[in-house]
Design a protein around this ligand. Structure first.
Ligand SMILES: Cc1cc2nc3c(=O)[nH]c(=O)nc-3n(C[C@H](O)[C@H](O)[C@H](O)COP(=O)(O)OP(=O)(O)OC[C@H]3O[C@@H](n4cnc5c(N)ncnc54)[C@H](O)[C@@H]3O)c2cc1C
Length: 388
């Protein structure tokens, strides 16, 4: 299959590259340093209409994942946190599009596409992150809906969001287990509180918070998909579709780290010459560029597969490869970039250690890279359908 960028995609790349350089880059260090949610950057993305990119045409979108990846890459190249604003919006979108009722889609997707609504997704609990089946939050059936009890951690964007998609174990009135479901929990729901934001090493501009549910009642119409495991499975498989977007952030980090390094090594002098003239340094920058380009091609190809209709399990291994490879590359490239800056790489006076800290985050979020490797191995070893 081919995935050369078409005219629209090249135009998006050009526009966002320019906006990123002129309006986003000057804010990047401050957002990271203060760890304050960048309302101005959200307004900028909204003004540009970027939230709609992956949405179907009926919601005003371009229905194009490759364009979405390009947008995230170009923003992430100068400011991981601004790129993150798109990603946190698109994660609940994917789950609702795949598993929501027509009414839920009409209620939530137009607002997510314009940026008038903000969402978050909450699976992780103190005792279980990778192993979602270990969650303890329950949704007990009650007349007209469910009563949620439990606690979550690391729900990114939750203190800003108008609603959070919350994973809970559904039980009937007698406490019998029915399976995991996602529930749309609106801001302001009685018994639902968002805790203090987590102090973070990376991804600092978009807060991650604990959530608490103390007899929080949600209407039956706020359950995503059918009761029991099937609805959850559909929504989770939809995350395969959004995984290339996470991978695109990693490509952006790697490219941004290279951009800064190229400038630095051509100015810094040691032993009477620019350090970019040392063969050891030239080969490092060549390797960094090679690895980043390989990651980019894997991400673009995976996004193009999604645009061509691949989804669910069929897509799982490719999406896992893109996320795992690109984020490992981002970590390696950012580490080498810090190395090439020498002590300046450790100093907060220079932007490069921000890339290093943000790269580490991408190896852990949206399924750690070990979990991605498990998915790939399962596919190779024939434990899941291998269609790609
Ligand atoms: C910045 C940030 C933002 C986040 N945002 C969100 C969010 O919005 N919503 C949300 O729900 N969660 C979010 N998370 C949580 C994130 O999804 C989890 O941290 C992640 O899934 C890993 O879970 P854990 O931290 O509990 O690690 P654990 O599952 O305890 O894993 C610990 C280590 O063991 C390894 N491991 C576990 N199981 C296996 C296995 N089967 N094979 C090999 N190795 C294994 C892991 O890879 C990891 O290295 C966020 C985390 C961060 C850091």
């Amino acid at each position: 299959m081919t995935y050369a960028l078409n005219e629209d995609q090249l135009a998006i790349q050009d526009l966002i590259r320019r906006v990123a350089r002129e309006r986003v880059a000057p804010r990047a260090d401050e957002i990271d340093r203060t760890a304050e949610y960048p309302h101005d950057m959200f307004a900028l993305l909204k003004e540009l209409g970027l939230f709609a990119l992956p949405f179907p045409e009926e919601f005003g979108g371009a229905n194009n994942l490759l364009s979405s990846c390009i947008a995230v890459e170009e923003l992430g190249r100068v400011c991981y946190n601004t790129g993150y604003l798109l990603v946190v919006q698109w994660t609940p979108f994917g789950a609702i599009l795949a598993g929501g009722t027509a009414e839920q889609k009409q209620r939530l997707l137009p607002g997510l596409a314009t940026g008038d609504l903000r969402g978050a997704l909450s699976l992780t609990e103190p005792q279980s992150g990778s192993d979602v089946s270990g969650i303890k939050t329950t949704a007990r059936k009650a007349p007209g809906g469910y009563v949620l009890n439990g606690a979550k951690i690391w729900a990114t964007n939750s203190d800003i969001a108008d609603f959070v998609l919350v994973a809970a174990k559904t039980v009937d009135e007698s406490g019998n287990k029915l399976g995991i479901n996602l529930f749309i929990v609106d801001k302001g729901t009685a018994g639902f509180t968002v805790g203090k934001k987590e102090p973070k090493m990376g991804a600092r501009g978009v807060p991650s918070c604990p959530l608490f549910f103390d007899d929080a009642f949600v209407l039956e119409t706020n359950r995503l998909g059918p009761e029991g495991g099937q609805g959850f499975k559909v929504a989770m498989e939809a995350l395969n579709t959004s995984r290339p977007i996470v991978a695109a952030r990693a490509v952006g980090i790697a490219q941004g780290a290279i951009d800064h390094t190229v400038g630095y090594i051509q100015e810094r002098v040691a032993f009477g010459q620019k350090i970019s003239d040392f063969q050891g340094v030239r080969w490092m920058i060549a390797d960094m560029t090679m690895q980043t380009e390989a990651a980019r091609q894997l991400v673009y190809r995976t996004a193009a597969l999604v645009d061509a209709g691949a989804s669910g399990r069929e897509l799982a291994a490719m999406a896992a490869m893109a996320k795992c490879f690109a984020s490992d590359v981002a970590m390696k490239v950012a580490t080498d970039a810090v190395q090439l800056f020498g002590a300046a790489g450790i100093s907060n006076e220079y932007p490069i250690n921000r890339y290093f800290r943000d790269a580490k985050v991408v190896q852990i979020i949206e399924g750690t890279n070990q979990i991605q490797r498990n998915i790939i191995a399962d596919s190779v070893l024939g434990r899941v359908p291998k269609k790609i």
